[in-house]
Structure formats: C-alpha cells, structure tokens
Design a binder for this molecule. Structure first.
Ligand code: TYD
Length: 135
C-alpha cells in the first residue's frame, strides 16, 4: 500500500445542541495521537502556497475551522489533493509526506495539530532531498 493512502479525511463527532455546534478533541479522542503542538494559519494570500516540506517525525491533523483551502500530498510516488472546507472535517497526514497548502479562501483559518513539538531539524524543505530519502 502506498503511504499516500494513509492520508485520510474523516468526520469529527459534533456534540452541539440547539445553541450551535461544538467539537471536542481531547487526548487521543477522535485523532490518532496525543497533541503536543497546535498552530493555525490565517490571513493567507489566496495565491500563496504554504508548507512545501515533509517531516521526519511529525504527524498532523489539519482542520479548516473557517473557510476553505486545499492540501496537495505527495509520498515520493503518488500525489493527492484534499479539499478542506468544513470545521467538522479533519485530514490526517502521517510522517514523511510532502505537503503543500494552497487555494486559501479569504476567511480561511487552518488549524493544525501535531504529535511533536516544533523542531526545525526534522523538517525536510528540499523536494529532491525528500524524494531521495524516501526511496
Ligand atoms: P513554515 O514551516 O514555513 O510554515 P508553513 O508550514 O505554515 O508554511 O514556518 C514558518 C516559520 O515559523 C518558520 O520560521 C518556522 C516557524 N515555526 C515555528 O517556530 N514553530 C512552528 O510550530 C511552525 C509551524 C513554524
């Protein structure tokens, strides 16, 4: 099986009521790892591409809590484009996947959860290096 097949979009359980919606992610509930870091990307130019890297140890969950964006995923062989456009949709990205986020809507807030604290040394930012390491 290709590594790209492990990149999956799945629905998050909502526990909202008549007042509105609520989604809770706590510990390992709903996602496959304990959260060590979260960051969010907003105010992104619609022509901008973010990411353009792979991570040796970090796994990610991406959730568009507002607006929409696309994520291009590449495992060294196959490519796949995922569209995130709902706050109850999560994209799981395992380690060692090349990712590029693009096509941000004006109101896009992309929430990213990770199993690892930030460590610049585990980022591969050269695509050719990524392809060579991955083969
Ligand atoms: P970068 O990885 O290029 O962001 P993106 O993947 O969203 O395109 O990071 C931009 C800058 O922010 C870079 O100098 C590293 C820093 N940064 C941190 O210090 N901690 C973090 O958790 C992240 C994601 C980035």
């Amino acid at each position: 099986m290709r590594k790209i097949d492990d990149c999956k979009i799945f629905g998050l359980t909502q526990i909202g009521d008549e007042r509105g919606n609520l989604i809770v992610i706590e510990g390992k509930s709903q996602i496959p790892f304990e959260i060590k870091r979260l960051f969010y990307i907003f105010g992104t130019d619609s022509n901008a591409t973010r990411g353009e890297h792979a991570n040796i140890n970090s796994e990610f969950i991406m959730i568009c809590v507002s607006g929409s964006c696309k994520v291009r995923l590449f495992d060294g062989y196959a490519e796949s484009i995922m569209c995130l456009k709902s706050p109850d949709c999560a994209l799981y990205i395992p380690k060692m996947i090349w990712k590029e986020m693009f096509d941000f809507s004006k109101n896009c807030v992309l929430l990213v959860l990770s199993n690892m604290p930030y460590d610049a040394k585990e980022y591969i930012r050269d695509k050719n290096e990524y392809i060579n390491r991955n083969r």
